[in-house]
Design a protein. Structure first.
Length: 445
């Protein structure tokens, strides 16, 4: 990062130098051109007002004019007097006999037509520009003055040594400043990184506050996920250990012939029950792992939620009757996008919980309706959930009453699976419960 900042500062310095030099040269050249044209106009008007050409021409003494223009010659100012037909009558720099007719010159044409004319001609060999200004005199003759000046390219080339010197100085300054600025810029970021666990410490740059909050949030989520995995591993070990210990103990008693004949059936049943419990637990863990790594399913199709709910309730009627619990399913025919297997699993877990944690003679009501979106409602009048633990019931292996959960065959993963399926559907789950009054769960699709 430091190297990138240094390189970019160098590039910015180079660009700034180039643009500044170009701007100064172009501005200076434009000013020079404008000043040259003004000077030529002034010279032409002064010569015209002096009437020197008409006077000396009448006297037939044009050869003495150069003495009058000695200062002009020193300043490289060329003065040419041209007749109406384009014949050169006088030139202070070249013998008029060697000059061709000037009627085809742009500035002469323009002066004849409008009274004044201007033109710039460039000499590639000399790298010079010649500026011409022509003025039509009162007698119809043309007075032209001209001067040579450097081109913008030659001016730029003459400034190259100075530009190089300035460039070297600025680059040296940038080299030093880049290190200082990089250090100053990165210091708050390094400080923020070191104080990532401190939620009170804020970066000195207000622009970094959202970034810092995002990083802290992700950091907290990572720590939370790590703790969750650690807790999950510990809970899995504990949950698997209980039925395995029971199976191992009963099997050891049978192996050592410490079980009476009339108890063998009981011990075998305990081994089978614990094995089944272990199998259910493993299946739930595998299913939870699958849901953890699943994304939004591309195989979602339109499904009638009421049909799925009725099918689940029909399948669980036997379980409800064993507990003397009334199970009903009502509602409107609502359609959602889902996977039928996931939807069946969602409803089954909710209804099973409502049956298992109910009282003798209780009731479970499953209903489907539309309330600004499709809603699945599962309501029971069972034991209920204390308000202080309602936020934790969707955690893995969390049980409100651990002894009763094991007695009913619960693994503590049912509502965790429900939560994952709800998240896959981008739905929301709500829980309303009071101890002794039952539990009401809403899933809003």
């Amino acid at each position: 990062m430091k190297q990138k900042i240094s390189i970019r500062l160098f590039l910015i310095a180079l660009l700034a130098i180039f643009l500044t030099a170009s701007g100064i040269i172009y501005g200076s050249y434009s000013t020079l051109e404008s000043q040259v044209q003004k000077d030529l106009q002034i010279h032409a008007k002064l010569i015209d007002e002096s009437g020197v050409f008409q006077r000396y021409y009448q006297e037939g003494n044009l050869d003495s004019i150069p003495d009058l223009f000695a200062d002009a010659i020193k300043e490289n100012l060329r003065i040419t007097w041209i007749d109406q037909d384009g014949t050169v009558l006088y030139d202070n720099d070249v013998d008029v006999n060697s000059l061709s007719n000037h009627l085809d010159r742009p500035e002469i044409k323009q002066a004849i037509e409008t009274g004044t004319g201007q033109c710039v001609r460039q000499s590639d060999s000399l790298k010079m520009n010649t500026y011409y200004y022509a003025l039509r005199l009162s007698d119809g003759t043309i007075l032209r003055v001209s001067i040579m000046s450097k081109t913008i390219v030659s001016i730029f080339l003459s400034m190259v040594p100075y530009i190089v010197i300035v460039l070297i100085v600025i680059l040296l300054i940038c080299f030093v400043l880049s290190h200082l600025l990089t250090k100053l810029l990165l210091e708050p970021i390094n400080t923020m990184a070191e104080s990532l666990d401190d939620s009170i410490a804020m970066p000195c740059y207000k622009e970094l506050i959202p970034f810092a909050n995002k990083i802290r949030s992700q950091h907290e989520n990572i720590l939370k996920a790590a703790k969750s995995r650690q807790d999950f591993t510990a809970n899995v070990s504990h949950e698997l250990k209980t039925p395995l210990t029971a199976i191992s103990g009963y099997a050891e008693l049978i192996e050592n012939h410490m079980v009476q004949k009339d108890q063998e059936v009981y011990f075998a049943k305990q081994i089978r029950d614990n094995a089944n419990r272990l199998l259910v637990l493993i299946n739930d863990i595998i299913r939870l792992s699958e849901l953890d790594h699943s994304e939004v399913h591309s195989d979602f199709v339109s499904i009638h939620l009421l049909d799925v709910a009725k099918e689940v309730c029909d399948n669980l009627q036997v379980n409800a009757q064993k507990k003397n619990v009334s199970l009903t399913c009502t509602g409107s025919d609502e359609v959602i996008l889902s996977n039928r297997e996931l939807l069946n699993e969602l409803v089954t877990n909710l209804v099973q919980n409502a049956i298992q944690y109910n009282n003798e003679g209780g009731k479970v009501e499953v209903s489907i309706y539309n309330d600004n979106g499709v809603v699945l409602s599962v309501k029971d009048n069972g034991i209920g959930i204390p308000k202080d633990v309602q936020d934790r019931v969707f955690e893995r292996f969390y049980r409100v009453d651990k002894s009763r959960s094991r007695q009913t065959g619960g693994t503590g993963l049912g509502l965790a699976i429900v939560k994952h399926i709800v998240e896959i559907h981008d739905a929301k789950i709500e829980l309303v419960s009071d101890v002794g009054k039952g539990c009401h769960i809403f899933v809003r699709f």
